[in-house]
Design a protein around this ligand. Sequence first.
Ligand code: NAD
Ligand code: SER
Length: 317
Amino acid sequence: MKKILVTGAVGQIGSELTMYLRKKHGNENVVAVGHRTKPSEKLLNSGAFEFLKIEDINEVENAIKKYNIGTIYHLAAILSAIGEKNPQLAWDVNINGLYNILEVSRKYKCSLFVPSSIGAFGPSTPADNTPQDTIQRPTSMYGVTKVAGELLCDYYYTRFNVDTRGVRYPGLISYETLPGGGTTDYSVEIFYEAIKNKQYTCFLKHDTMLDMMYMPDAIKGCVDLMEADPAKLKHRNAFNLTAVNFTPEQIATEIKKHIPEFQIDYDVDPIRQAIADSWPNHMDDSAAREEWGWNPKYDLELMTKDMLEKLEIKLKK
Ligand code: NAD
Ligand code: SER
């Protein structure tokens, strides 16, 4: 079998997706690619691991040839909050890195998964039931790179017949690896602080409504899309994908059902608040449901219970 390569494998999604794919396809068939950050022992010891800089096409091409890669999950990126602090870096990694990945996918006939984001929308996008195909005028550099990335992936499919597929993820919540510097990171931090200190100071306003998803649904979503019958896909890239939507106040109320002493207060960061205010309240993900059977399992209640249980165990170790 041709092997699978995961870029950004040490990150929030990659650390879990790599292990999921190794379990499904065999450790020897999934290559993890990181960049500077030390990988966990689990990731390092369960299969091949390479460090590379995604902006360097020679390094990318060498890895594709060395491991005979047939499928790439491209997760290496700069997220929204860090991207706003360093827009030049966000452009370089998110656009030049993606271009390299698309070029090697074309040359070596690889299938390719590339995630976009709720960040691909902006203030002029309809915020409620945001349609699959709608206005996309984002105001962050992260969003600009996500829209350009969606278009590039569609272009490589129609122009070069590269099997590109992708989703627009909402904010992702997980306990394995901390998020990498996004606007939705509060929704993970709140769990750590609730367990450790029974108190959390949130950087977004109490009523900021955003789409969110628990990591097991996010992992299942990308793998299901990559395995979907191509004949049924009317879209290819950038499927709206969501599971729940809530505000900081609502998730705090849900956590209080398990930790009654938990308190939340607010110290709003204007940069991340402006980004969050420009994103949808709730996306319409019916295209994903109709074209490849998207059906998330975790709602707010189920996710909060599982997240607290799993994180309690992790933090006791
Ligand atoms: P993350 O920040 O946790 O991980 C990204 C990884 O990219 C990091 O481990 C980093 O080492 C690597 N990286 C950064 N610069 C690199 C470079 N120059 N060369 C090679 N690798 C480099 O991000 P994540 O949350 O796992 O997100 C993965 C993808 O999913 C991104 O495209 C992101 O935009 C998208 N996404 C994530 C979320 C979320 O909530 N986590 C939501 C929507 C979309
Ligand atoms: N969680 C991501 C971010 O906030 C959404 O793309 O950047």
